[in-house]
Write a protein that binds this ligand. Structure first.
Ligand code: ADP
Ligand code: 5GP
Length: 214
């Protein structure tokens, strides 16, 4: 829980920055940054793609708060802010999250303040969030590039989830079931990128936010 103290408490709800009032106008009023939302079913390759995107110094990764326990190798404040359920609820009630959702029994939330700061600085602010969270942001009118990462097919998705080795067989089945529902939501996104060849998928995403030359 080292990141506990570093989570900004004040929720400066400068909605004008984050919400579209008239087309893309709000985006250009106060900042030049771009929000890139990477979302899609579990196992589609979001984390792998985001790891590559984060190699670019122009990209700032949104570190979410979560109530789930850290996995081996995960660093508090870099991968997530690992917090208790009580602390998460407190942050939510203070309006610290621009969106939050329960995913497979744990809570996850995107912190509002670092996002606003990054956009003001003109950075590409990268969010890796689940489908519910992405659609919440979109429904709020939060300006950004919304990308759905799709697996080539469901058999390959199963292979990847099994191959990742982080989930018990019944959890893999639960993730696959949910993936079918989530897949139907892809039409609500700005772009769908099929993650068959990893390098190609990463290049496609980079191009969508003008990072192609790097
Ligand atoms: P997510 O973050 O969407 O749950 P991961 O990034 O953890 O998915 O990827 C799931 C598994 O699939 C990992 O073991 C990862 O190494 C593998 N993987 C990701 N992209 C590809 C790809 N293009 N080809 C083959 N395996 C991939
Ligand atoms: P994991 O526990 O495997 O790191 O993440 C589980 C799921 O939660 C993934 O789909 C991931 O994208 C999503 N997630 C991570 N952070 C957030 C967040 O802040 N908000 C939402 N809605 N989902 C998140």
């Amino acid at each position: 829980m080292l990141g506990f103290a570093r989570i900004p408490l004040a929720a400066s709800a400068t909605r004008a920055i984050l919400c579209r009032h008239d087309g893309e106008q709000a985006m250009s009023d106060t900042k030049t940054g771009k929000m890139l939302v990477i979302s899609g079913p579990s196992g589609s390759g979001k984390t792998t793609i985001c790891k590559k995107l984060r190699e670019d110094p122009r990209v700032k990764f949104s570190v979410s708060a979560t109530t789930r326990a850290p996995r081996t190798g995960e660093v508090d404040g870099r991968d997530y802010f690992f917090v208790s359920k009580e602390r998460f609820r407190e942050l939510a009630s203070q309006g610290a999250f621009i969106e939050h959702a329960e995913v497979f029994g744990n809570m996850y939330g995107t912190l509002r303040e670092p996002m606003e700061d990054a956009l003001r600085r003109g950075e590409v602010y990268l969010l890796e969030i689940d489908v519910q969270g992405a659609l919440q942001l979109k429904a709020l009118g939060v300006a950004g590039v919304y990308v759905f990462i799709a697996p080539p097919d469901f058999e390959e998705l199963r292979r990847r989830l099994v191959g990742r080795g982080t989930d018990a067989p019944e959890v893999v089945e639960r993730r696959l079931k949910k993936a079918e529902d989530e897949y139907r939501e892809r039409v609500k996104y700005d772009h769908v990128v099929v993650n068959a060849d990893l390098e190609r998928a990463v290049a496609e995403v980079r191009a969508l936010v003008g990072l192609a030359a790097k």
